[in-house]
Design a protein around this ligand. Sequence first.
Ligand code: UGA
Length: 436
Amino acid sequence: MKISVIGCGYLGAVHAACMAELGHEVIGVDVDPAKISALEAATAPFFEPGLPELLASANASGRLRFTTDISEVAEVDVHFIAVGTPQKKGEFAADLTYVDAAVTSLLPYLRDGALVVGKSTVPVGTASRLAELVASAPVDAMLAWNPEFLREGFAVKDTLGPDRLVYGVSSGESGTRAVSILDEVFEVALAHDTPRIITDYATAELVKVSANAFLATKISFINAMAEIAEATGADVTQLADAIGHDARIGRRFLNSGLGFGGGCLPKDIRAFRARGEELGLGDSLAFLGEVDAINLRRRSRMVDLTREVLGGSLDGKRVAVLGLAFKPDSDDVRDSPSLDVAMRLKAEGATVIATDPEAIETSRRLHPELDYVRTAAEAVVGADAVLVLTEWKNYRELVPTDLDGAAGRIILDGRNCLDRERWRSAGWLYRSLGRP
Ligand code: UGA
C-alpha cells in the first residue's frame, strides 16, 4: 500500500521504517529539515536498537523516502499521524497543536477513499473532533484511531510484532472500509494471529491512556511499598518477587527504584487527569495524582539518601552518577529521574560527574552545566559516593574492582539492580531504595 507517516519523531520514524520493511511504499513527512536529512541518510535521530539497520535496508529498497513537503503525499492511500502531544507549558493537559496542524495540512492532499489514521496519544474525544475535520475535506476520506504501544528500546520489535492491534473506527459503512484498509496494512501481523480489537474512537483513545496509567500505577504501587519497607526494615525486591508469583499480579513492571520517567508515562497520566477534570470526573482519576506524587518522591528520597550517607551535607562532595537515560537502551532523557537526581545533587553543592552509555549528548543539550565523562571507571575517580541511577547492563555487571578509583566505598543502587552481597563483601557500603 502507499502510506504516509506525518511526524518522524520517535514513533513516526520507527513506524515509517517498519511499514516499509513490511513491503509498503512509505513516505515520511516532517517539518524539521535536519531530521529529514538524517533519516534520508539512514541515520536515526535518536538511539534505538535495530533502527539504523532497518532504515538502511528500507531506504535501499526504494520503498522508503522522506520529505518536508506535505504535497508529496497526494497519491497515498493511508496517512498515519504520528506527531507528538507534549504536556502544555505550565499545565497538565496535552498540547494538541501538532496533531491539529498535521490533520489540517493533509486536507488539501487527501484523495478519494483515503484513510487518516491517528497514532498519537490524545485525550479522549479528540478523534471524533478530527473525524469532522477529515469529513470537511473536498473528497470522501475517513479517520481511524490506531494507538501505538511500542516501548523505547524495543520499538522496532514492538512495531513489527505488536501484542495487539486496536482499531477505533466510526460506525457504519465507512468504519467497515477503514477496518479492511487497516487489515491490509497490518496483514503480516494479523497472519501471526495478533489479537485485533475493533472499537469506537473513544474506546481506542482510552485503551492507550489507560494502559499507560495502569503501568504507571503498578510502578508507583511497588514504590509505595518501598517507602513502607524502608520504614520497617523489609525488602521490597523480595516482596515484589513473592507477590509477582501470583499470576493475577505478575512480576513485570514491579521493579522498585527511582520510578518512571520518559516522554510518555508522566505526561500521559497528567493529561488523563486533566481530561478527567474537564469531563467533570476529576474524582475518578484523582488517584493518578497520588501515582505521580509517589513517583516524584522517589527522586527526593534518592537525594536524601545520598546526603545521609555522605554525613548530612552534599556541599563539596564528589558524586559519580552512572546512568542518565530514563531507562536502559535509550538515549532519551525526557523527564529522566536519573538526570533530575543528578541536577538536584549539583544544586546542593555536590560535584557531579555523570556518565551514560548513550545519553551524554542528549543530557548535555538540556544541562550543559553537568560534568560528563565517557565511562564508569572515569566517573568514579575520586568520588565520595557512586550512584547507579539507570540499570544499563554494563552497570548491572560492574564488580567492585571496576570502581577501584573511587575515594569512598559507598554505592547507592537507585534501581535495585546490583548484587548487594557482592558489594558488601568487598567492603562497600551498599544502600538502595526499599531494601534494608
Ligand atoms: C511506555 C509504555 O510501556 C509503552 O507501552 C507505551 O507505548 C509508551 O510508554 C508510549 O506511550 O509511547 P516507554 O516510555 O518506552 O513505554 O517506557 P517503559 O518501558 O514503560 O518505562 C517507563 C519508565 O518506567 C522508565 O523510566 C522505567 O525505568 C520505569 N520502570 C519500568 C520502573 O521504574 N519499574 C518497572 O518495573 C518498569
